[in-house]
Ligand binder design. Structure first.
Ligand code: PMP
Length: 288
């Protein structure tokens, strides 16, 4: 496997970064997870824009332009002979001393991994997921803004571990006010009385690219989309619920906190969104 690392394409075994990189020492850096569908890097420009926003927020100057990054992403896919896959684009703060201040870090490192995707089990999509609300809250905007896709994912990892301990596939995370924010690696939507609901970005939800696509599909379907604070109660009484994310795509939820959603089977509206999403993936984005 060839990895892009700071301008070169190297074998995976040679793709190394320093133990003094602040990404390793402090989780200081930003990243994107991107999908490749039939030779099309899905919404690459949107991902690169979000990466630029994350980098700006942490005051990291990207050493490559958007065009250069796009070309490096595509070339990494080409060199690995991929037409479908999962891409991880990571920007680290770079090598510095042991102090917290990034001022000792001379230049950021960029690496890109493009690999075959390990798809989620089919039964997740056919039978739906069981999810639970976990004790760990989504970090608030006054601390580490959850809009920044940073390399510090401990908050989400706690949530994921807590979900697994309860035998659930995903964790619903509340914000500090107790409203639903998102899942450990996915955004959340519900369908109730002919409207689609999702927590606003101000709830602490990441502005997911898949979330954006689903919002566009809702407009196409003439289904009103409400970005509103949701409580756990709102989730429990929903007629349908689904999660969205680059890796998960659109995946139905059939049980939340022990309560059956709808009739306990993936709903018809979720199926329409899954189908519409799949119709878009190989045509919207950057072709290799
Ligand atoms: N929330 C979190 C915390 C995530 O890590 C992700 C995955 N990037 C998402 C939501 C979904 O975002 P996207 O659709 O852009 O993958």
């Amino acid at each position: 496997m060839k990895i892009f690392l700071d301008g070169s394409y190297v074998e995976a075994a040679d793709a190394k970064i320093s133990v003094f990189d602040h990404a390793v020492l402090y989780g200081d850096g930003v990243f994107e997870g991107i999908r490749l569908y039939q030779g099309c890097v899905f919404r690459l420009d949107d991902h690169l824009e979000r990466l630029e926003f994350s980098a700006k927020a942490i005051m990291l100057k990207l050493p490559m332009t958007r065009e250069e990054l796009a070309e490096a992403v595509c070339e990494t896919c080409r060199r690995n002979g991929l037409s479908d896959g999962y891409i991880r684009l990571v920007v680290t703060r770079g090598v510095g001393n042991l102090g917290l201040s990034p001022s000792s870090c001379a230049r950021p490192s960029i690496f890109i991994i493009a690999d075959k995707i390990e798809l989620y089990p089919r039964e997740h999509y056919e039978r739906g997921l069981t999810v639970v609300t976990v004790p760990t809250r989504r970090s608030g905007p006054a601390a580490l803004s959850p809009a920044i896709k940073s390399l510090n994912y401990l908050n989400n990892i706690f949530a994921r571990v807590e979900a697994s301990m309860s035998g659930a596939s995903e964790a619903i995370m509340l914000n500090e006010q107790g409203y639903v924010s998102e899942c450990s690696g996915d955004n959340i939507f519900t369908f109730f009385k002919d409207k689609l609901y999702t927590p606003p970005a101000s709830s602490g939800a990441l502005k997911g690219i898949t979330r954006d696509v689903v919002i566009e599909i809702a407009a196409e379907f003439d289904i009103p989309l409400v970005e509103a604070n949701l409580t756990r109660y709102d989730l429990w009484i929903a007629e349908e619920c689904f999660l969205t994310g680059t890796a998960a795509e659109v995946v139905p939820v059939v049980q939340i906190d022990g309560r059956e959603i709808g009739d306990g089977k993936p709903g018809a509206v979720s199926a329409r969104f899954m189908d519409a999403f799949h119709k878009r993936v190989a045509s919207e984005g950057t072709f290799l």
